[in-house]
Design a protein around this ligand. Structure first.
Ligand SMILES: *[C@@H]1O[C@H](CO)[C@@H](O)[C@H](O)[C@H]1NC(C)=O
Ligand SMILES: *[C@@H]1O[C@H](CO)[C@@H](O)[C@H](O)[C@H]1NC(C)=O
Length: 196
């Protein structure tokens, strides 16, 4: 025991006695990590800081955890993230607010990082929507993607129905031309509603 100098012995005894103490509920080295309340994080050895918006903090981590894509958190001091609702998307980690799907696109599911574009024969005139509208008889949506407003078929090619992806045609396909093909103020489709 050549290393057992009096000083070292004292230190060893202290360590031993500390180890022998009853363990506090959140004590010891673990306690230092989880000494901050939920919704805050260990900023340094002595300070707990409220969790910033866009993040979650369980009190036990030294760094806030950014909300994943598809999730967001507008409030500070949070322990969980919120789900992005249908019609919206969150494409950045650590977001405080979701974005509305722009007109010409939609998102039928929650917790998503993107929106789907309206393909041929479908359109969406409004933002923040979870569905698409099918075109009306006499109206066409011919772009591959992001159709916002259906086009009125006129002149020698007044028809288009039911899937207007091929554009306006001259002969009727068992449909009666619709005078308008606009969504209502609340987004209700003039014809068929496409979900999912
Ligand atoms: C911890 O951070 C706080 C706030 O910035 C500061 O006042 C304090 O001195 C820091 N303590 C240590 C041990 O660094
Ligand atoms: C669509 O075109 C038809 C045929 O030209 C016309 O009668 C109708 O008024 C047009 N509708 C709109 C909303 O422009």
């Amino acid at each position: 025991m050549f290393f057992a100098t009096p000083l070292f012995s004292a230190a060893l005894m202290m360590l031993t006695s500390v180890t022998a103490l009853p363990q506090p509920e959140a004590g010891g080295l673990m306690g230092r990590q989880s000494s901050c309340p939920s919704g805050s994080y260990q900023y340094n050895q002595t300070a707990c800081v409220e969790c910033p918006a866009g993040n979650t903090c369980n009190g036990g981590s030294s760094t806030p955890q950014p909300c994943d894509t598809g999730l967001y958190q507008p409030n500070t001091g949070s322990t969980s993230c919120m789900q992005t609702q249908p019609g919206f998307f969150t494409n950045q980690r650590g977001s405080t607010t979701p974005f509305a799907c722009p007109a010409g696109s939609y998102q039928p599911y929650s917790q998503q990082a993107f929106c789907y574009g309206a393909p041929k024969g479908r359109f969406q005139q409004q933002s923040g929507k979870s569905f698409l509208c099918a075109t009306c008889c006499g109206w066409a949506a011919t772009m591959d993607n992001n159709n916002v407003n259906p086009v009125n078929c006129t002149g020698s090619t007044p028809y288009a129905w039911p899937n207007s992806g091929d554009g306006c045609i001259s002969s009727p396909t068992s449909c009666t031309r619709a005078a308008t093909c606009a969504q209502a103020a609340d987004g209700t489709c003039p014809g068929e509603t496409i979900r999912g």
